[in-house]
Design a protein around this ligand. Structure first.
Ligand code: GDP
Ligand code: MG
Length: 163
């Protein structure tokens, strides 16, 4: 079967923007299956002759912070259970948050290949808080801008190296 790449991260870090950039128009929305609390969005993708399926795990935007935390744990768990490679998207405009640390810990324990990605780096530079992200124990952060389509090719190169 094709490898599965899952995108996880807090609400508003740009997961859907990133996903839509990579997926183009070939997106299908899959209805909730019983016991799963949210829609997932799948897309067939291709990079350098590698075919894979990408999942945007954050289909619903809850508005209570308890629900958000619970959803992020569910998201990370779905990614851990189903994905071959996990893209952990953070808001590169800022340092990491407590919620980022919590997701990072789940991802580290899983032993799955994880790419730590700082989104919203709209003009290429390493922000001062770039180095903070090493504390998450997930290796070198990659810098992208989903809005401006910067760094996406380098990220996809790293994704397919994990297959
Ligand atoms: P999600 O909740 O993680 O799926 O995040 P969204 O994709 O819905 O994006 C949340 C907000 O961040 C939106 O206002 C996007 O336009 C914005 N956004 C996403 N990617 C970028 C980026 O690379 N740069 C900037 N400046 N804003 C972005
Ligand atoms: Mg989204």
């Amino acid at each position: 079967r094709k490898p599965i790449v899952a995108v996880v991260g807090r609400p508003n870090v740009g997961k859907s923007t990133f996903f839509n950039r990579i997926a183009g128009k070939r997106i299908s929305i899959v209805e909730d299956t019983p016991g799963v609390t949210r829609d997932r969005v799948y897309a067939d993708c291709e990079w350098l002759n590698y075919k894979f399926t990408m999942i945007d795990t954050g289909g619903i935007e809850p508005n209570s912070s308890d629900v958000i935390l619970a959803q992020m744990r569910d998201q990370a768990q779905i990614a851990i259970d189903t994905a071959d490679v996990i893209i952990f998207l953070c808001d590169g405009k800022y340092s990491y948050t407590a919620a980022d640390e919590e997701i990072a810990q789940m991802l580290r324990i899983s032993k799955k290949p994880v790419l730590l990605v700082l989104n919203k780096i709209d003009v290429y530079h390493k922000p001062d808080h770039f180095y903070d992200y090493y504390t998450l124990g997930l290796g070198d952060p990659l810098l992208i801008s989903s809005a401006n389509a910067l760094g996406l090719g380098d990220l996809l190169d790293e994704v397919v190296k994990c297959f």
